[in-house]
Design a protein around this ligand. Structure first.
Ligand code: GTP
Ligand code: MG
Length: 677
């Protein structure tokens, strides 16, 4: 690959809702640009992008793949991303490595919730946005109907640059509205006139002088349109729409020509902000700086670290500093991404994506570069996982392998979290959906031959008291020589929610000598670990030790610890103890028609609806719902909405469990304890 100057590079990510035709579009581009000598087909399992075993089996993209495609003396870095919510992590990471986002919107399905999420994220990531209305050769596909829907959501700045010639099964090609040299086919002459006018109006809005000229003369020159369009796109006022039927390879060269014309090169996109202030500019002659946005572990290339070059030039067989980790690493071969067959290159400059094999300490979100001043750009903030399972090994001896295997996977996939829960002691795996978890766990099973069972996690309930009470315990034992003696009186007082535990010493007149008080506290702390209702930790309680007695010879720390524990237990039983459960704050985003189903379902989950608000044509329902009811929500929401809803969830607070539910939880806890004994 000969070196392409930075102004001739385009770095584009293809995104959009599940099944909107992204991979087929990428396959068509790879064929047109001769990266692939034939058209890869998702449905036949020979797509150049969906090449991993799991992807072929599920006919869907699971991991982002990047390619470099030469086109008209330019180099287009093109990345295909997964559409399923379960794998949205790769959309977040790739958006950090690219300059423009091409949104595939299925002509029949319309925008889709996955597209809306990525749309917002692309804006935040500073990407220039383009749209293609895809799968136009399908029955019922209507370019203009879909265009109208999109304009209703994102406004009149959404403007077509290519129009289909014919429709559905009879689609013959597309006409590029920026191609002023060739006359449009007669059958779409009216639409061409109408949309060229809309285009001129939209472009004129970008500039006062242009607006004046357009009003006076009623037209703009092709050059004016192109320049004005570039400015309006860059500012986000205009978003171009292309017509494609990628499976028929129609509309592909038109997209590429216009993208080269209108999408920013890394130079035009400009620099990246540094955390400590200042910017880093895409200058090939500056010291090398790169950002690690992803690690790849796939069936073909093994482990690769993916880097976007921010400035300067990285060379193969060299060394770099990891500014984030404060370490130094060696680069062996430098690879330019090309699906399952990355190509060795000598160097890579600003705006390029490059891959390095077998790095030791460098991880996602690290900034790396030539020695010298430390340069760090902000890390990518990944979405929080929304589904968790408890991982159990079904074969003795697998535990260690499972937890290290999963932890390694979590290092590579920032949307996968693996941790042992402090209280329930379960190993929890959390991810973006049940398919995400299933894919990762299946991989581990195949790789390490372990046996794994996934269960619904235990809820980390807690216990507390509801009224003040008093308790007493006298520990006395006379066994052979030395006896044991300690006596403790204590009072419990409820504390406000979230304030935890407090210990107070109100002992008068030395009824318990000072040096035994820490032992009493220790005993109380032990008792706190297992409450009276169902054996969960006790919180939000003040324990006041106010009296007791001791024996000059038989008292000991051990005796007072036992007495402290006993006095607390005695008091707790009298303090009307109750169970607390974690409550989650939930925001569910769905189209209007699902509002009733969603609120009904949340009510049946003991949820409290807190409000609803429209947001870009969708409804956001906010609620507080017990964690115990939310473990399967990602899956349930998908089945209620047919994949048209999304949700976010964060822990809010602990709250008392209603009486009827307490019985059930206590019985379950008891059954579990008996089973383990
Ligand atoms: N008729 C027709 N079918 C298409 C076209 N593009 C894609 N498809 C089909 O639509 C389905 C989904 O296409 P993909 O390219 O896998 O869509 P995707 O957006 O990559 O899907 P995910 O990776 O699962 O999000 C496949 O069955 C494709 O064959 C098209 O232009 N015409
Ligand atoms: Mg795909």
């Amino acid at each position: 690959m000969s070196k392409v100057p930075v102004d001739k590079i385009r770095n584009i990510v293809v995104v959009g809702h599940a099944k909107s035709g992204k991979t087929t579009l990428v396959d068509a581009i790879l064929h047109l640009t001769k990266v692939n000598d034939r058209l890869g087909l998702v449905d036949q399992g020979n797509s150049a992008s969906d090449f991993n075993k799991d992807e072929i089996a599920r006919q869907t993209t699971i991991w982002a793949k990047s390619f470099h495609c030469p086109f008209n003396d330019h180099m287009i870095f093109l990345t295909d991303t997964p559409g399923a919510d379960d794998f949205v992590g790769d959309v977040y990471s790739t958006m950090r490595a690219t300059d423009s986002a091409l949104f595939a919107i299925d002509a029949i399905q319309g925008i889709g919730i996955g597209t809306r999420r990525s749309w917002k994220h692309a804006e935040e990531a500073g990407l220039t946005r383009f749209i293609t209305i895809s799968r136009l050769d399908k029955e019922h596909a209507d370019f203009y109907e879909c265009l109208e829907k999109i304009r209703n959501v994102w406004g009149q700045g959404v403007i077509p640059l290519s129009l289909p010639i014919g429709s559905q099964a009879d689609i013959k090609g597309v006409y590029n509205l920026l191609d002023f040299d060739s006359a449009p086919p007669a059958e779409i002459a009216d639409q061409v006139t109408e949309w060229r006018e809309a285009l001129m109006e939209a472009v004129a809005e970008s500039d006062d002088a242009m607006m004046e000229k357009y009003f006076e003369e009623g037209t703009l020159t092709p050059e004016e349109i192109k320049t004005g369009l570039e400015a309006s796109i860059k500012s986000g006022r205009c978003t171009p729409v292309f017509a494609t039927a990628a499976l028929q390879e129609l509309g592909i060269s038109e997209i590429l020509n216009d993208l080269i014309l209108l999408s920013p090169s890394p130079a035009a996109r400009g620099g990246f902000e540094l955390v400590k202030g200042g910017r880093i500019e895409p200058d090939p002659a500056a010291p090398f700086t790169g950002f690690v946005y992803k690690t790849v572990v796939d069936d073909f290339v093994g482990q690769l670290t993916m880097i976007r070059v921010l400035s300067g030039t990285i060379k193969g067989d060299s060394e770099f500093y990891n500014f984030t980790q404060g370490s130094k690493e060696r680069v062996g071969a430098l690879l330019s991404p090309q699906g399952k067959t990355p190509e060795k290159v000598e160097s890579a400059g600003p705006g390029e994506i490059v891959a390095i094999a077998k790095l030791k300490s460098t991880k996602v979100n690290d900034t790396i570069g030539d020695a010298g001043q430390e340069r760090i750009v902000a890390p990518i903030v990944f979405p929080n996982p929304n589904i968790s399972f408890a991982v159990y090994s079904t074969r003795q001896g697998d535990e260690e392998k499972i937890s290290t295997g999963l932890s390694r996977m979590a290092d590579e996939d920032p949307t996968l979290r693996v941790a042992r829960h402090d209280e329930t002691r379960e190993l929890l795996i959390s991810g973006m959906g049940d398919v995400h978890i299933d894919v990762m766990v299946t991989r581990l099973k195949e790789k390490s031959g372990v046996e794994i069972e996934l269960r619904t996690p235990l809820v980390p309930y807690k216990e507390t008291i509801t009224v003040s009470s008093e308790g007493h315990y006298r520990h006395k034992k006379q066994s052979g020589g030395h006896g044991q003696f300690g006596e403790v009186y204590c009072r419990l007082e409820p504390k406000p929610r979230g304030e935890g535990f407090e210990f107070a010493d109100e002992i008068f007149g030395g009824s318990i000598p000072r040096n035994y008080v820490p032992a009493v506290e220790k005993g109380v702390m032990e008792a706190l670990e297992k409450g009276a209702v169902a054996g969960y930790p006790v919180v939000d309680v003040k324990v006041v030790v106010y009296d007791g007695s001791y024996h000059a010879v038989d008292s000991s720390e051990m005796a007072f610890k036992i007495a402290g524990r006993g006095a607390f237990r005695d008091a707790m039983e009298k303090a009307k103890p109750g169970l607390l459960e974690p409550i989650m704050t939930v925001a569910v985003t769905v189209p209007d028609e699902f509002m009733g189903d969603i609120t009904g379902d949340l009510n049946s989950k003991r949820g409290r609806i807190q409000g609803m608000e429209p947001q870009e044509g969708l409804q956001v329902i906010r609620a507080q719902v017990p964690m115990a009811e939310m473990f399967r929500y990602a899956t349930e929401l998908r089945s209620i909405t047919g994949g048209r809803g999304s949700f976010e969830m964060t822990f809010s607070h602990y709250e008392e469990v209603p009486g009827n539910v307490v019985q059930k939880i206590a019985a379950e806890a008891k059954a579990r304890e008996e089973a383990e004994a």
